[in-house]
Every structure is written in structure tokens, then in C-alpha cells.
Design a protein around this ligand. Structure first.
Ligand code: FES
Length: 62
């Protein structure tokens, strides 16, 4: 899978990597689906802005 840029930990609470989110987006997930699938934002929720920017970045590739 091609991801734009280096992989990194997006959600430290749930240990979710950028590449995992990108893969899910490529398979048709939206922000709510990412929240359900990876539980992102269910800890400290400091990652939500970053996740939203990843969703937007992915939309631009379509
Ligand atoms: S970093 Fe994602 S919920 Fe805390």
C-alpha cells in the first residue's frame, strides 16, 4: 500500500498508525467509520484533529 509520507503513530491511546487509517480510508471508511473501527478519540481525544486532516488529505486524492 502506498501512503503519502512516513508512517507514524496517530492515536497513542489506541496505538493506531497512519498507515492503518489510510488503508481503511482507501477501503471506503469515513471519519465515523474510523472512530468505530479503531476507537480513535475514545481516550484523550487529542488525535481527532489529526485524524480529520488525514481524512481530508485522503479525499483530495480521489
Ligand atoms: S491519542 Fe487518540 S484518543 Fe488519545
Amino acid at each position: 500500500m502506498n501512503i503519502p509520507g512516513p508512517d507514524y503513530l496517530v492515536c497513542t491511546c489506541m496505538a493506531v498508525m497512519y498507515s492503518e487509517l489510510w488503508q481503511a480510508l482507501a477501503e471506503g471508511a469515513d471519519l465515523n467509520a474510523l472512530k468505530d473501527q479503531f476507537m480513535i478519540g475514545s481516550g484523550c481525544s487529542s488525535c481527532i484533529d489529526e485524524v480529520q486532516s488525514i481524512v481530508h488529505a485522503h479525499q483530495k486524492t480521489k
